[in-house]
Design a protein around this ligand. Sequence first.
Ligand SMILES: Cc1ncc(COP(=O)(O)O)c(C=O)c1O
Length: 500
Amino acid sequence: MTAPPLSLDADQKRALNLLAAGNRDVLGVLAGVATRQRRSLEWHARAQQVVSGGRSQLPYFSPVLPLCTEEAHAGQIVCADGHSYVDAHMGYTSGILGHNPPAVVAALGAALGKRPGAGYFVSQQVELAELICGLVPGMERVAFLHAGADAITAAVRLCRAATRRTLIAKFEGCYHGWHEPGLVNTALTWAGRAGEGPLDQIAPELATGGVSRAAGAEFLILPYGDPLALQLIRDHAAQLAGVLLDPVPRFMMNDLAGAQVFAQQLRSVTAELGIPLICDEVVTGFRLAPGGVAEAFGLQPDLSCFGKITGGLGLPLSVVGGRADLMNRATTAGLVNDYVSQKVWISTTTAANSLSVTASLAAVRAIAQAGAGLFAPLDAQHAHLKSDVNALATRLGVPLHLDGHPRLYSMLAFSLTSPDPEGTPLPDAHNPARAYFRAFTLSNVRAARLLTLYLRLQGVYMETLPTVDLSAAHTAADVTQISVGLTEAVNRMQSHGVLA
Ligand SMILES: Cc1ncc(COP(=O)(O)O)c(C=O)c1O
């Protein structure tokens, strides 16, 4: 009996043909991947009929052949066709404790069927708040929301209310979530090109359609890592409600020392001028150190935002917190009428629901109890993988490298040589954000995307781009499988002429 045709729509076929670029060997590999994950493609075809973009995360950067995941344990996932994969995606880094960490599963198991859902004050909220205030230096009060983007939006609103000003300074190339404050001058390649123009007059560029131009005008865009940024903050001090900083942006993953120096400079200048500093610790929180950058960099922001890992099991729970006088703007004594207009509304029906809070408490507790040692094996495994990648690149003569930080964000890339290596250096060549995104634009993105698909046949899962985000639960065998899989995949790509 012949197998039914694969569920691939016209767009997917077009995307696969573009990736293969007429190469029959590559088409054969892509057909092999599609056949191996037949049921995933059937689910995707159904999703296309009812789910916008066929999925809810990154709908327009989604993989051409999405994998439908049925199960996830520690560092592995199992797809709808029953195949196991070592997971190098880990829920956009939110799964740094591994899938279904036993302590979190046990805590949730005990709560299910017993605790209330949305809209109740429960003791676990207090325990979680106490734990976070104890871990993060300078954290006096917290509020719970869902997404990292919620926490950032709340922090911006709190600063605007406290200062009675509107302008927020943020850094070119930094992403802070899908809400308005996160979507102005984000990763520069979203606009299809690296940043350009003078660094002292960066126009607020809206990353996607539908973001209001008025919102764009409420941001002062600063060049990251540049003394100019400090000067611009001084120049606009009278209008600034706050400065929003990702303390270790993606383009600084290999230069933590530089990120620390710049964060400290920003802290000094904002403290001197009385401008609140908001630290976006959605990625760094509880993992750069148990107390995040506040501990690792010795830095006390006025407000901090946490997310991802705080969900425990990938449930939604984000945190905004910091100075009590700022955070207390979000509270009333329950006497609504007398002074609510001076207060800041931060509330959503399901925030701090007892199940999310229970999962978060178990996860943050696990990190606090294990301390920095929890992530030491992960750091070692990432270093091992990096040296395997370097050895592979040298052996095959391919420009493959693994960049980034083991606990924050890391990615495999194939560099391309600059079309004009001898040319006059650009005036902004020293700017780390522009240098990073220019290099990304120059890298072989087609090869990178193909690598994720060649790796499927080796039982290794990465999303659209080959990000390598591991967890504390990945075993040495998992990492060996990634390394062996990479060797086989890159070998095949080379023999198929993909890397020529
Ligand atoms: C640094 C940073 N801030 C904020 C966010 C937004 O978090 P969320 O996707 O939970 O809204 C992200 C998400 O990737 C992030 O990387």
